[in-house]
Design a protein around this ligand. Sequence first.
Ligand code: SF4
Length: 390
Amino acid sequence: MRPTGRLHLGHYHGVLKNWVRLQHEYECFFFVADWHALTTEYEHPQSIEQAVWEMVIDWLAAGVNPGAATLFVQSRVPEHAELHLLLSMMTPLGWLERVPTYKDQQEKLKEKDLATYGFLGYPLLQSADILMYRAGQVPVGADQVAHIEITREVARRFNHLYGREPGFEEAVAAAIRKMGKKQARVYQDHRRKYQEQGDEQALETARALVLGQQNITLGDRERLLGDLEGGGKVILPEPQALLTPASKMPGLDGHKMSKSYGNFISLREEPDSVDEKIRRMPTDPARVRRTDPGNPEHCPVWQLHQVYSDDQTRQWVWEGCTTAGIGCLDCKKPVIDAVQAELEPIRRRAEEHARDPDLVRSIVADGCEEAREAARATLEEVRTAMGLNY
Ligand code: SF4
């Protein structure tokens, strides 16, 4: 997650609740993407530091548990930069230029000059972040799937280029020659059919041919089977996107909850302010007077009832609103109570952590150490595969 400072209910319902669940189901790495923030905030890097700590406090307050998951800050694991650099050598420029968010973001953030090298490379930095931990799954929203796809392509290309031992191609050619002319031709035809057209039957025939060879060694056989499936060793496994359902949490005006729209309730919002913000929420404009009936479908408060209320309460709202049986303040009361109940323990834990910055720093320092250990192991293999361990 990019360091955006204090988080709000949109982050909680859209991301953090999901993390809290995932941390008990998988081995998880959650990190503050501070270098990613630099790709757009490079003119004001001073604002990033505070945003990092505020955000980590909110993670902890929301229930992200350093005992269950590894929490770290990207820039404190400099191995990410080295992997990014090494991957950049073999990543075609066109792959990055075609990432849909590249042009979109440049359009959206017109006030910033994003015609930079760092901004173009940002999806590749993200690929390095993922591949570093050999992640099987990456929790993302639908808008990030293209980034996982490019990560898969980068991994595939890396494995193809460097997952083979030196002299692999020559050894395969020699093994094919040992098959004899006729058998070698049949093998190559079938290999081509599988690799170019994905013909599984051809793969089976070619594999049977290799297994039936008497003239080749065991090593030749393994190389041929590896070559047949287009690979060698998998050094960087291809990750999958773990799609998270879109958050239903609306902002106070019914649009997406966002800091830039000013329609949010922060996780550390004071009770009086929560009360005030929900009381002032706009409702169905048809309810000018208390006696005018309304339509919940035209009201953002109704969307909050979808998140916080049970069927019975929602039925009470629907009937009361459409018959003018209840007023809007009556209707908002159960939402206010539910938001207060949800935020109370989060606010309390956040205050505890805010009072103890040393503890927060030491949690992050431990996480960075853990992450570095995993990162070093991957980089060691990457360097060896590329012949850079001299
Ligand atoms: Fe909205 Fe509730 Fe008022 Fe109906 S009664 S307009 S749902 S706040």
